[in-house]
Ligand binder design. Structure first.
Ligand SMILES: *[C@@H]1O[C@H](CO)[C@@H](O)[C@H](O)[C@H]1NC(C)=O
Ligand SMILES: *[C@@H]1O[C@H](CO)[C@@H](O)[C@H](O)[C@H]1NC(C)=O
Ligand SMILES: *[C@@H]1O[C@H](CO)[C@@H](O)[C@H](O)[C@H]1NC(C)=O
Ligand SMILES: *[C@@H]1O[C@H](CO)[C@@H](O)[C@H](O)[C@H]1NC(C)=O
Ligand SMILES: *[C@@H]1O[C@H](CO)[C@@H](O)[C@H](O)[C@H]1NC(C)=O
Ligand SMILES: *[C@@H]1O[C@H](CO)[C@@H](O)[C@H](O)[C@H]1NC(C)=O
Ligand SMILES: *[C@@H]1O[C@H](CO)[C@@H](O)[C@H](O)[C@H]1NC(C)=O
Ligand SMILES: *[C@@H]1O[C@H](CO)[C@@H](O)[C@H](O)[C@H]1NC(C)=O
Ligand SMILES: *[C@@H]1O[C@H](CO)[C@@H](O)[C@H](O)[C@H]1NC(C)=O
Length: 893
């Protein structure tokens, strides 16, 4: 980390060691004379009839506490999500006690700060109710000056079952229904989650369990002050195109008890920029804005693959007339972002792409879901592994999907450093929402707080109001009679446009806002915010799923402007599943396999899609067959997402029948919430599926893509780079399944390409096969890459099957053997492979040894190949040898 954000909370966190039981008078005198007492640590936890009593960590949740104290075993194990349902149906009370030294208590104002309560709670101090919460996405500050005692204080947080609350709120909403009532039965979830401001996926999703958590999931502390305290601050660089210079707007949000004056000093030492401002404060909460002009040229922040991620430190120093001081350091990065929606020649509709620092940038990435059902268990390491994995796969963007949580600060700081652009949804998904006054009010506060928390991050490039709720109304997911529709549209506009959009536009002018995803953007706005067809490929973004079509048939994909969701399921690896299952579960038709699958017909869809092109495993050893089936689902998923993504990448420069100019691909989904089948490319625990390895190639900055179109083999050269031109030629070889030498080689003429896609090779396949003498569609495969005019390889190897591998002629069991040797570094190893016959989709799996290979799931068209395993912890060649399983397509039948 090359920057540190110092805030009051952060300062205290670092300075105060773990505290046990009653929080004795551990007080820190910090900036501006604010004293802070942390209430993190061990609290007492009790269920409603007092049959369960235990100590519980804060921040934390009830499930985690029960598990850590041995009351329950791993909630993810087998069918435990059902067995532990009672936890979420009960109400729970957290209790702690603390003392406050007299000199601290005598300060003018005391505030109890909850950074996050999950979710519905009543909070009492020394028996007096001091506040209530109903939104896990908000921070709550309660003034407690009058309620503190000199002796021991008792703080209680009574948390009501989220399931009970949602149900009561839904039943209280009698005028009209707000669907959906319940998730589909296959999800085994709870009902009415749209009535509670809580991670919507916590009541189950089609990739995750139902664990409607309860807890105090973020920090708790007391703040004492005589004059004022700083609540938060933001920094927003703004480009002044008239003067070709940058201004940094700094906002200080201050809670003032006694009127005062002071000076604010801002500086960015690296840019020799500084300025001083007068501060004049009256009691109450206020926003104070200052603008620091930058008179020097700055290094811009670029998305990964497009340049550096330049980050600067800005220091904020406040000095009050009473002598108290405050100082903080905040990271600043300079970049502009525009969402361009304008007419395209020869196409109806409008473009939809991001312009970063004035350059069009193709967004390559995926969608992010919560990394754990129990958010208190999400560690910095877990987030780092996932984001590093995204960057290693050449991703430059992730969408933080609207059914989960606004991620923790470190997530966005890492994205700033890695150059990963964030499409940030507000947390509303796949439902209609109520618009009662108190609901709107709590959402307004949530949105204000989250925008202020996240707007300083350059990685956040867009806000989006919700996930799929425009589509839900437009395409009538919930059987709403036509006559009632205007009522729902009115609620929709009220929530997302008149409230959320309104606040975002007021709070942040440095990035675009979209009301929904998918949406037609400005066209949806014209149509009253709910377009007739939000999936229209001529406008905005689209989500597209089709499991029954053959995914090799690219003609079925919408040639969209921006693909923000698409994907296919697969099962995670055997080693990941075996942590939550037992041997009786290891069968594709076991109760466990059915239970874990939360998407109706999902297991059948995977096999049917796989069967179109691959022979399904038929080992007589059931565990081997189970492992092989997992492998085949991963092959299917990787191949399907590859074909669809490559289609979108080469559609970047094309308009076909009015469709095209695709400028973004975010496949569904990057990560997993537990060990189960899903659309993810990285498993729970961080292990890469085959898809993730392949993403490294299909997201390469310079890529060749092969497509069969009307009997011709087309090869496109695709480049992301807007600054360079490349002279390239495509080199194409045909290999027969029965030999290791290419049966023929061709190459294209040299073509100069720039950002976008260029057709560099076109040849009728029948002529190719004839030219190659002995080749048929079934006996040969075409492999290709781009090279420089001098013949140097400049893009990853790619290939295209000329018929399904299930009909491959001459493909034999490859008999792959291996040796592992060290490189001298305990985290890096060579694996040398030998095979007797060419092999398809060679897959190396080292069970639980964390790390990843440099390539995996590859074609092996030579007798020998060497791959490198990079471990995330020290290991040995022997350990790898003992755990390595190698599978290829021909090995499973
Ligand atoms: C107390 O609550 C627990 C957990 O909800 C429940 O299993 C138990 O039956 C209850 N006991 C009584 C006496 O109601
Ligand atoms: C939890 O609290 C609610 C609201 O007071 C109540 O209706 C419900 O019965 C309580 N549940 C249990 C298990 O005590
Ligand atoms: C930048 O230039 C403006 C106008 O010339 C000047 O007022 C300001 O003091 C300069 N700022 C810094 C930080 O040097
Ligand atoms: C699978 O579940 C069904 C229905 O719950 C049950 O009857 C059956 O015994 C279970 N089978 C196994 C092998 O556990
Ligand atoms: C390469 O260029 C030559 C000369 O312009 C042309 O005759 C030939 O058809 C081209 N070859 C291919 C494969 O496009
Ligand atoms: C073509 O196939 C025949 C029969 O399999 C074989 O004898 C011959 O060597 C092959 N020719 C080439 C050019 O590979
Ligand atoms: C498999 O490979 C090993 C080692 O390369 C070799 O000794 C053996 O003969 C091969 N087996 C077959 C059936 O080809
Ligand atoms: C390990 O394997 C690599 C690749 O096959 C080889 O180049 C290297 O010499 C080997 N090192 C040792 C110590 O055997
Ligand atoms: C599995 O299927 C293959 C191809 O159809 C067949 O050759 C093989 O005998 C089958 N194996 C078993 C164990 O049924």
């Amino acid at each position: 980390m090359n920057h540190v954000v110092w805030s009051l909370a952060c300062f205290y966190l670092l300075a105060v060691p773990f505290l046990d039981s009653a929080f004795a008078s551990e007080v820190k005198s910090s900036n501006l004379g604010v004293d802070i007492i942390s209430l993190n640590g061990k609290w007492q936890l009790l269920n409603s009839n007092s049959s369960v009593s235990l100590s519980a960590e804060v921040p934390g949740c009830v499930h985690t506490a029960l598990q850590r104290q041995g009351f329950i075993s791993d909630p993810y194990y087998r069918f435990n999500d059902l067995a532990y349902r009672w936890i979420s149906l009960d109400n729970w009370t957290y209790t702690t006690s603390f003392t406050v030294p007299t000199h601290v208590r005598e300060k003018g104002k005391a505030v109890l700060v909850f950074e996050g309560v999950d979710t519905v709670s009543t909070i009492s101090l020394n028996g007096v109710t001091i506040g209530k919460t109903d939104n896990m996405f908000r921070r709550y500050d309660f003034e407690v000056t009058e309620f503190l005692k000199d002796e021991e204080n008792i703080l209680q947080v009574w948390i009501m079952s989220a399931v009970t609350y949602a149900s009561q709120r839904s039943h209280a909403h009698t005028e009209y229904r707000v669907p959906p009532d319940c998730p589909p039965p296959v999800q085994k979830g709870e009902c009415h989650v749209n009535f509670i401001r809580k991670a919507q996926s916590s009541f189950s999703w089609d990739w995750g369990p139902s664990f409607p958590t309860l807890g105090i999931w973020k920090e708790v502390r007391l703040e004492f002050f005589n004059t004022l305290r700083v609540l938060s601050y933001t920094t927003s660089p703004k480009y002044d195109s008239e003067h070709s210079s940058w201004n940094v707007e700094v906002e200080l949000f201050i809670d003032v008890f006694v009127a005062t004056k002071g000076l604010v000093h801002l500086s960015i030492p690296l840019l020799q920029s500084e300025a001083e401002f007068q501060l004049s404060l009256t009691p109450g909460q206020s926003k104070n804005s200052f603008v620091l002009q930058i008179n020097q040229s700055v290094s811009l922040w670029w998305p990964f693959g497009h340049g550096e991620q330049a980050l600067y430190d800005l220091t904020i120093d406040v000095k009050l007339e009473g002598g108290e001081t405050f100082s903080a350091e905040q990271m600043v990065a300079f970049r502009t972002v525009e969402l361009v929606q304008e007419p395209i020649p020869s196409s109806p509709g409008l473009s939809f792409y991001f312009r970063i620092n004035g350059k069009p940038v193709f967004l390559k990435g995926s969608n992010w879901i919560p990394a754990h059902a129990f958010q208190d268990q999400v560690t910095t390491d877990m987030i780092t592994i996932l984001l590093r994995s995204a960057q290693k796969a050449n991703m430059n963007a992730l969408r933080v999907w609207g059914g989960g949580v606004y991620e923790q600060d470190i997530f966005y700081s890492l994205c700033d450093m890695y150059g990963i652009m964030i499409w940030q949804d507000f947390m509303f998904a796949c439902a209609l929402y109520p618009t009662e006054k108190d609901f709107i009010q709590t959402v307004r506060e949530e949105v204000t707080q989250q925008v202020r928390r996240l707007k300083s991050h350059p990685s956040v490039v867009i806000w989006s109001g919700n996930n799929e709720n425009e589509a839900a109304i437009a395409t009538d997911w919930f059987n709403i009679p036509v006559a009632e529709r205007p009522l729902y549209v009115k609620d929709y506009v009220n929530l997302y446009v008149e409230n959320i959009r309104d606040i975002v536009l007021q709070e942040d002018s440095t990035r675009p806002f979209l009301v929904s995803s998918p949406t037609n953007g400005v066209e949806s706005e014209k149509e009253g915010w709910v377009a007739k067809d939000p999936y229209d490929p001529h406008y905005g973004d689209t989500h597209y799923y089709n499991y029954y079509n053959d995914c090799w048939d690219w003609t079925a994909f919408p040639r969209t402007r921006f693909a923000s969701e698409y994907g296919f399921q697969s099962w995670p690896s055997f080693s990941t599943l075996s942590k939550v299952s037992q041997s009786t579960d290891w069968d594709f038709s076991s109760n466990f396999s059915a239970h874990r699958q939360h998407h109706a017909d999902g297991n059948q869809q995977m096999l049917k899609q796989a069967e179109l092109h691959y022979i399904l495993p038929n080992s007589t050893d059931p565990v081997q067959r189970y492992r092989d089936t997992i492998y085949v689902t991963q092959v299917m998923q990787a191949q399907c997402v590859k074909i669809q993504t490559e289609f979108y990448r080469h559609s970047r420069s094309e308009i076909v029948e009015g469709e095209g100019h695709t400028m973004g691909t975010l496949y569904w989904q990057l990560n997993d919430i537990w060990q189960g089948p899903s659309w993810s490319s990285v498993e729970f625990g961080g292990k890469w599926k085959m898809l993730h390895y392949w993403a490294t190639d299909f997201y390469a900055p310079l890529l060749s893509v092969g497509v069969e179109d009307k009997g011709d083999l087309l090869i496109y050269a695709i480049s992301d780079s807007h600054s360079e031109q490349h002279s390239v030629k495509a080199k194409v070889k045909l290999y027969s399944w029965s030999s290791f030498s290419a049966v023929c080689s061709l190459e294209s003429n040299v073509t100069t390409i720039k950002a976008g896609s260029t057709l560099v090779f076109q040849h009728p396949i029948s002529a190719l096969l004839t030219q190659c003498g002995n080749c048929t569609r079934r006996s040969c495969i075409a492999v290709f890459h781009l090279s420089s005019p001098e013949g140097q390889m400049i893009s990853p190897h790619n290939h295209i099957f000329l018929s399904s591998p299930r009909y491959a002629e001459g493909l034999k069991k490859p008999n792959i053997t291996f040796t592992v040797n060290g490189t001298g570094d305990a985290q890096s190893f060579f694996v040398t492979l030998h095979c007797t016959f060419p092999a398809v989709y060679v897959w190396l799996d080292v069970d639980d040894i964390p790390g990843h290979f440099d390539v995996n799931g590859f074609l092996m068209l030579s007798k020998k190949a060497t791959v490198i395993f990079g471990a995330w912890r020290p290991t040995t060649a022997d350990e790898i040898t003992a755990n390595l399983h190698i599978t290829s397509l021909r090995d499973v039948y």
